[in-house]
Ligand binder design. Structure first.
Ligand code: H79
Length: 584
């Protein structure tokens, strides 16, 4: 096992960073607001990765390749001719479009985006442009996109197509396949003879297309990206284009793969996420995120104003794995109970709190309580609004509340009514504002002081992205570039006196081992050494959750929690992700 891990890490011969998704413009005001209206309201979508790679299922010639399974051709360095032999074996007789669409609907998803052509170059639709397509090259002979388009129309969902515009490992003229086609081809030839004609087919033969989802713009030229955009606009003016077209073009930003952010981008945006650690089906990947985890990711995204597109990877027979489907149905039950707080909502000015996050809609504030306080009261500090009523969303049961010292105190049941997340609605008259985005410290809950919200002296905000296996991205915001005298501080308000465990989540590579830092909060201050967490050499960030000590907060009020460099070694070898104050 450990042998294959080393092998995996060693495979990454190219420089890995998160730039392959392309620079996306953050300009805020742009035309196309009407075109985006449905998208803005929808919030939750199904992403589907389905192609010849699904038939391989993460295995090539008996060997399993761990990581994202739609990359099997790249991982196993399969020549295009040899890869084609998957096609006669690909016969997804169990595919049933209406079942997939009904599953998406049952999950609470409002639109579907499916891979029409991924990097492997195989068209999952009838194409006159290349015979390397599901109708001409497989015994299946059907056009699943046609069937999905029909099923979506019937069930009232929108349908969009993923199209890999730059990479096409089947074509010598396109980009991405360095193991098979040695010399550089004529990208324009590929663009004009395959990509553009196929996208034209997608925009002509399937009725209204909601979205063309481009990916990995690579070195595509500005002209080529613009040409693709112009074509989409001309053929279907209502069709959206995501930001991975490249060159800052497109209607909205797609964040990095599997990225749930802490702060909202300034433009319309989405998170795309995997249910396990791969997009396409992999026989060995059973690490499904639970319904609770998925709902938590959904509401964190929606609470910041984004859309959450969650992926499923059907098998080569055309079946969405049963565990995945069953968890999605659980998510759907939660969404259906709480739909009012999701669809059409706006981000709330309250920001993320220790108990959860919230959304806003027509005079109502929806508190998504992910971490239920056990003392019978939910405190909402910093809210400037005339609250007329409070109730549980699903049962409409009224909750008593009072206001004391600027804190709204809501009486809640001792036990969480919903084990996934409970939504409390506040009825508000007039404007809803929050005082600052202050960080409050709640007793009985885990309080996270994240890097982006720290005020820094002589160090800076940064971000790290890495893969654990292959293509399964992880992202963290950090404070980096520490030296002697650097400091990060969070101005917090403690709501009650209490005892907490103070913890730090950090990476310390060998060069920084033994660096001395100092924490302080109010009158309390102590120094501590940082301990090596590994990372670095294997190309991954290895964060450790370290308990620094127990701390008493003597009374409610404002405090500054800070961490300062006393004797820092290896200035780029230490990264701080967050501090937490946790119940003891
Ligand atoms: O479709 C899914 C992925 O297959 C696709 N985007 C999502 C939605 C995707 N394409 N590229 N990537 C994700 C990034 C992958 C980057 C890596 Fe590599 C591939 C890292 C290692 C192998 C490229 C080649 C960058 C470094 C080496």
């Amino acid at each position: 096992m450990s042998k294959s891990k080393t092998k995996l890490a060693g495979k990454r011969e190219e420089k890995i960073d998160a730039s392959m998704w392309g620079k996306q413009s953050t300009r805020q005001e742009r035309p196309g607001a009407t075109r985006c209206e449905w998208f803005r309201r929808s919030k939750f979508a199904m992403f589907i990765h389905w192609g010849l790679y699904s038939q391989a299922g993460g295995r090539w010639k008996g060997k399993t390749y761990y990581g994202i399974a739609e990359w099997i051709m790249h991982l196993a360095r399969v020549p295009a001719k040899e890869y084609e032999t998957l096609a006669p074996r690909f016969n997804p007789v169990d595919f049933n479009a209406i079942e997939w669409v009904r599953l998406a609907k049952a999950a609470g998803m409002k639109y579907i985006v499916i891979t029409a052509k991924h990097h492997e170059g195989f068209a999952m639709f009838r194409s006159k442009v290349s015979r390397f397509n599901i109708v001409d090259a497989t015994p299946f002979k059907r056009d699943p996109l046609k069937e999905l388009a029909k099923a979506c129309r019937k069930e009232g969902l929108k349908l969009g197509f993923y199209y890999s515009q730059y990479q096409d490992w089947h074509e010598p003229d396109a980009a991405g396949n360095s193991w098979d086609f040695k010399q550089k081809g004529d990208f324009n030839k590929y663009l004009h003879e395959k990509a553009i004609p196929q996208i034209k087919e997608l925009l002509t033969n399937y009725g209204p297309v909601a979205l063309i989802w481009f990916d990995t713009p690579g070195n595509i030229s500005r002209e080529a990206a613009q040409e693709l955009l112009d074509m989409v606009r001309k053929l279907q003016p209502g069709c959206l284009v995501n930001g991975r077209l490249g060159h800052g073009l497109g209607d909205y930003i797609s964040l990095g793969d599997q990225e749930v952010p802490l702060t909202a981008p300034k433009r319309l945006w989405e998170t795309i996420d995997t249910h396990n650690d791969t997009w396409a089906y992999a026989w060995c990947d059973h690490r499904w995120k639970s319904a609770r985890e998925l709902v938590s990711r959904l509401v964190r995204v929606v609470g910041l104003g984004g859309n959450y597109a969650l992926n499923v990877g059907p098998t080569g027979r055309g079946v969405i794995p049963a565990e995945s489907a069953s968890i999605l149905r659980q998510v759907g039950q939660w969404v259906s109970r709480n739909s009012e707080s999701i669809y059409g909502s706006e981000p709330s000015p309250l920001g993320r709190q220790a108990w959860g996050c919230s959304t806003l809609k027509s005079g109502k504030l929806y508190l998504h309580v992910l971490n239920w306080p056990s003392d019978g009261e939910l405190w909402v500090p910093g809210l400037k609004a005339n609250v007329k009523g409070a109730y549980l969303l699903t049962t409409r049961r009224n909750l008593k509340f009072s206001r004391k010292g600027g804190i709204l105190r809501i009486q809640i049941p001792k036990l969480a009514p919903d084990s996934i997340a409970t939504v409390i609605v506040l009825d508000v008259a007039g404007a809803i504002k929050a005082r600052g985005r202050g960080k409050y410290v709640y007793n009985g809950l885990v309080n996270e002081m994240d890097a982006p919200f720290a005020k820094l002296v002589n160090c800076r905000h940064g971000k790290r992205s890495w893969m654990e296996k292959f293509g399964d991205w992880h992202h963290v915001d950090v404070v980096e570039n520490w030296s002697n005298g650097s400091s990060a501080r969070w101005d917090v308000t403690a709501l009650k006196p209490g005892m907490f465990s103070l913890c730090a989540d950090y990476e310390c590579q060998p060069d920084a081992e033994g660096s001395e830092l100092e924490m302080s909060l109010g009158e309390t201050r102590w120094s501590f050494p940082v301990l090596c967490t590994g990372g670095g050499a294997c190309g991954r960030v290895r964060i450790r959750h370290e308990t620094l000590g127990t701390i008493a907060i003597p009374k409610a009020g404002k405090y500054t929690l800070s961490i300062r460099g006393l004797d820092v070694k290896g200035e780029s070898a230490f990264l701080l992700q967050k501090l937490t104050l946790e119940p003891v």
